[in-house]
Design a protein around this ligand. Structure first.
Ligand SMILES: Cc1cc2nc3c(=O)[nH]c(=O)nc-3n(C[C@H](O)[C@H](O)[C@H](O)COP(=O)(O)OP(=O)(O)OC[C@H]3O[C@@H](n4cnc5c(N)ncnc54)[C@H](O)[C@@H]3O)c2cc1C
Length: 238
């Protein structure tokens, strides 16, 4: 409403999203760029037999993925050649049918949208007593579904760091928070980027087949699955 209020505080936590004013006023650089990838997505009544499982189709025209939502719905995400300004239910259904064979004609649609993809990371998550968390600190590709999850991990780690700081008044705890969470965010960002690359249309179909062979038919399948599903963040180097 235009009112201005002033407040003083011992610590300021900026969790005000990717356009964070806190980050900007603290003079913390936010480095990164946009990827060329674009997607369309929509939520439909779940008419698939997948239940709690997600499904990924690596079609040569681009990825299709779908995963369950609450209340018997399922989200479908498809890669598009360019950003689609006003995506329609019909377009999405046609792409899904073409790339996966799934017929969504009878499934009720509750939402469609388009999105582009970016990756950004703050140069530090703690400058003095100004601390960043969530998208204010990092933006990763949503392919991999980690943005909000990373924010929760920040929240958990920051609660401990703040407790330690308030008990000791030692800013090292905030720096430790920054170092660890920044490294986790970088790692998740890299993995999300690889997940996203796998969903691009491949010129050479054999390269993709070879990668998929590693994923499903070799002893490193388990490790690759853990990387793909973002497990062991912070515990592994990659
Ligand atoms: C298409 C898409 C799909 C995604 N899918 C997933 C997924 O499957 N899984 C996942 O984990 N993540 C996903 N994400 C990422 C996830 O949505 C974000 O990472 C998450 O919402 C970030 O939460 P946040 O609270 O840090 O920031 P935000 O959600 O941006 O919240 C910031 C809040 O701060 C408020 N604010 C900002 N400036 C001010 C101000 N000056 N004064 C007062 N209030 C202010 C805003 O109003 C907002 O409420 C997806 C993102 C996109 C774009």
């Amino acid at each position: 409403d235009g009112d201005v209020e002033e407040a003083t505080c011992d610590i300021l936590v900026g969790c005000d999203g990717k356009r964070s004013v806190v980050r900007e006023l603290a003079g913390i650089a936010f480095n990164g760029s946009h990827y060329p990838d674009t997607y369309m997505m929509g939520d439909f009544e779940d008419t698939t037999p997948f239940g709690e499982d997600a499904m990924i189709t690596l079609h040569q025209d681009g990825l299709v993925e779908c995963f369950p939502l609450a209340k018997g719905r399922r989200r479908w995400v498809v890669k598009t050649a360019q950003y689609v300004d006003a995506p329609t239910e019909q377009e999405l259904k046609e792409i899904v049918a073409h790339r996966t064979g799934f017929d969504l004609r009878q499934a009720q649609c509750t939402m469609t949208s388009s999105f582009g993809v970016q990756h950004y990371i703050a140069e530090t998550f703690a400058k003095g007593r100004v601390v960043l968390a969530g998208d204010a600190a990092h933006v990763v590709s949503p392919i991999g579904g980690q943005g909000m999850n990373l924010g929760w991990l920040d929240g958990e780690a920051l609660a401990k760091a703040l407790h330690a700081f308030l008990s000791t008044q030692n800013e090292r705890h905030l720096q430790d928070y920054s170092k660890r969470q920044r490294s986790i965010a970088r790692q998740a960002g890299k993995r999300a980027e690889w997940n996203m690359r796998l969903g691009r249309s491949f010129k050479n179909r054999w390269v993709k087949r070879w990668i998929l062979y590693l994923f499903v038919r070799t002893p490193i399948q388990r490790v690759l699955a853990q990387l793909f599903t973002m497990q062991k963040l912070g515990a592994w180097r990659v």
